[in-house]
Write a protein that binds this ligand. Structure first.
Ligand code: SAM
Length: 278
C-alpha cells in the first residue's frame, strides 16, 4: 500500500479543476458519484495515482492517495481532530522519534494517534487511552483504513485522570480537557528526560497546566507556543496571503521530566536572557 498501483480497499482523493475534493474507498463494482457525474472504481483500481480520470459528465479529476494531512481532514470524526498544522508541530515539539514509547490521551478520532504511529515506526509503541467507547471504535476504523492494523498500537479504555499504569515512558501527549490532572501520574510514568506535551484550546487551560507542571517540581524547561500557518496565493502577479486561514486552534505546552526541584527551576525571565531570538 501507499505506492504502486491503487488497490481495492485503499483511500483515494479525486480533485476537480476547482480544487474540490471527493474522498472514496475503492471497492470493485462501486461508483464515485460527483454532482451527477459517475466514475467506476474499476477505472481506478490497478492504475497509478497522479493521473486523471473522466466522469460520465466529461469532467476530469486528478486521482491521488491522500496524504496523512489530507486524510485526517476528510475522515469521519467522532471528536474534533487536531489540525495538520498542529500535528506537525507536536511531532517535533514533543520530540517523537523512531523507537519511542509514547502514551497518548484521549484517542478521539485517531488523527494524532496516526501521526504518532508513523513517527515512532515499527520499533516504537503508541499506547492510547480513551474513555468513550464510541470514539475508540471510530478511531480504530479511521486508523485501520489508513494504516491497516498497526502492531505498534495499544488502545485502552481508560481514564487518564485516574492514573497511568504504563511506566518508563519516553513521551506523553495529552489532548484531554484537564491535562493538569494528569501531571502527578505523568511525573511517575515518564522516564527522566522524557517529554510531556499538552494540546490546549484556551489560555485558561494553559495557565492551569503550566502552574500544575511547576508546582509538581518534577518538570523543567516548560514552554508554551502557538502555531499559525498562513497559506499564500501565487498566481501570476497575484502573490499575496490567502484571504482565509485556519487561525486559532490550540496551544502546545511542553515540559521535560527532571530530577529534583533544583532542576525544575524556571528559566530566567526573557529580559534577563542575552540569547538572540530564533
Ligand atoms: C479532542 S478529542 C481528541 C482528538 C484526537 N487528539 C484527534 O486528533 O483525533 C479529546 C478526547 O479525549 C477523550 N477524553 C476526555 N477525558 C479523558 C480522560 N480522562 N481519559 C481519556 N480520554 C479522555 C474524549 O472522550 C475525547 O475523545
Amino acid at each position: 500500500m501507499r505506492r504502486g498501483p491503487l488497490q481495492e480497499g485503499e483511500s483515494v482523493l479525486l480533485i476537480d479543476r476547482r480544487g474540490r475534493r471527493y474522498p472514496a474507498v475503492l471497492r470493485r463494482g462501486a461508483l464515485v458519484d460527483m454532482r451527477g457525474g459517475k466514475i467506476p472504481h474499476d477505472d481506478l483500481i490497478d492504475h497509478d495515482e497522479g493521473g486523471t480520470v473522466t466522469s460520465t459528465r466529461g469532467e476530469r479529476f486528478l486521482v491521488v492517495r491522500p496524504t496523512l494531512a489530507e486524510y485526517v481532514l476528510e475522515m469521519p470524526r467522532g471528536a474534533q481532530v487536531i489540525y495538520p498544522k498542529d500535528l506537525a508541530l507536536i511531532l517535533l515539539w514533543a520530540d517523537i522519534y523512531p523507537g519511542a514509547v509514547v502514551l497518548e490521551a484521549g484517542t478521539g478520532s485517531g488523527a494524532l494517534t496516526m501521526a504518532l504511529l508513523r513517527a515512532v515506526g515499527s520499533t516504537g509503541r503508541v499506547i492510547s487511552y480513551e474513555v468513550r467507547d464510541d470514539f475508540a471504535r471510530r478511531a480504530t476504523r479511521n486508523i485501520e483504513q489508513d494504516l491497516g492494523t498497526p502492531a505498534n498500537l495499544t488502545m485502552e479504555m481508560r481514564d487518564v485522570y485516574e492514573g497511568i499504569p504504563a511506566q518508563d515512558l519516553d513521551r506523553i501527549v495529552l489532548d484531554v480537557p484537564e491535562p493538569r490532572r494528569v501531571v502527578p501520574h505523568a511525573a511517575a510514568a515518564l522516564r527522566p528526560g522524557g517529554v510531556i506535551l499538552a494540546y490546549l484550546p484556551t489560555v485558561v487551560q494553559v495557565q492551569q497546566m503550566v502552574e500544575a507542571l511547576r508546582a509538581s517540581g518534577a518538570f523543567g524547561l516548560i514552554e508554551t507556543i502557538e502555531g499559525l500557518v498562513r497559506p499564500w496565493n501565487v498566481d501570476g502577479l497575484s502573490v499575496r496571503p490567502e484571504h482565509r486561514m485556519v487561525a486559532h486552534t490550540g496551544f502546545l505546552v511542553t515540559g521535560r521530566r527532571v530530577q529534583g526541584r533544583e532542576a525544575a527551576m524556571p528559566p530566567a525571565a526573557e529580559s534577563d536572557s542575552e540569547e538572540e531570538p530564533r
